[in-house]
Design a protein around this ligand. Sequence first.
Ligand code: ZN
Length: 417
Amino acid sequence: MLIKTLLNKVERFKSFVYGSVCVQLVDGMEALVIDIEPRRNSRPLCPECGKRRSVYDRQPQRLFEYLPIWTFKSFYRYAPRRVDCPTCGVKVEALPWGYGKERMTFSYQVFLARWAKRLSWKETADIFETSWDTVFRAVQFVVDYGLAHRDLDGVTEIGVDEIKVFKGHKYLTLVYQLNAGVRRLLWCGPERRAKTLLRFFHEFGKERSAQIKFVCSDMWAPYLKVIAKKAPQALNILDRFHIMRAFGEAIDQIRRDEVKQFKANGQENVLERGRWLLLKRPENLSEKQTIRLDELLKLNLASIKGYLLREDFQRFWDYQRADFAGKFLDNWVTRALQTELEPMKKVARMLRNHKPLVLNWFRAKGQLSSGAVEGMNLKAKLTMRKAYGFKTLKCLEIALYHTLGALPEPEYHHRFC
Ligand SMILES: [Zn+2]
């Protein structure tokens, strides 16, 4: 009796009543089974037109998994009716606690998905003695609901980013909303081609795209082309995070080439374990690392020249005015092009070719948070790292929407966890 009272408190269905509750074996484990019956004289809902229709027949009893109660798995047991709908034909009735052939109730799916946001999917499955696949389906349900019910109005600042996924050269393109207070993942899709970003703009819609004021992106040509075409009114900014990332990649390339050269010449590899020293900013180095870096600086190495060129470029971001910054940029590019460092020259040429977009950073100063894209990028990477077990891109996309999408959830008057 007590369980029924509690159930009616947390989840009451208008046209159904809770019947008897018993403990019995389900899949070899003791579980609570809660019978549900239609309220007397109630008529079932047609799942297609949503109208109340007369009963055609009744199907065998089915179990619907509900939230665990005192660590017992619990199930609703109900024999669905079929409606005889003059418009839609004979259909299985729509139920307020579950959908289609899915065995989980809506409440249980929301419950699992909430936990899957805090823990990894594997941990969630382990704790609630269910499978990884069940957790996946629960998250997918919540994400599908959220995407269908979210509000996309008021998006005026977006960031376009890409992350490497799995092994090899596979990418996901991510589009974030960067407005202060509503930073979230708006969209993600496989690859990083013009076609990819065109899909975003297509799904986002013309009217909304016309509202965009700022777009942060990197120097990836297919993106730049699509942004100019689909949001011509927006200020496209090559932001600090993306530009400095290109520097990081260039330094890494120079170092790898140099190590190869050492090996070919049979020289000692002084750069061994030096990768992180070169990628880090000086202020982030420990004392020991700083000493080691000082030693490296004494050697006349290409990697070190690259490192110094990048450090020198950091001054660029301190300028207040676009014209002064532009002069500094020209000067830096000239110096970089005089070196033998091919990867760094590549960065310099890219900066020169996209100078107006790089300088847009200063035109938007004060209106855009510099760390916004980087913050979202870090969160996306963290989600991927926690996501071992994600074998497909589709899975990964769902996980990213789930953790970064700030999606609305189905509403319940009781919050279970
Ligand atoms: Zn119907």
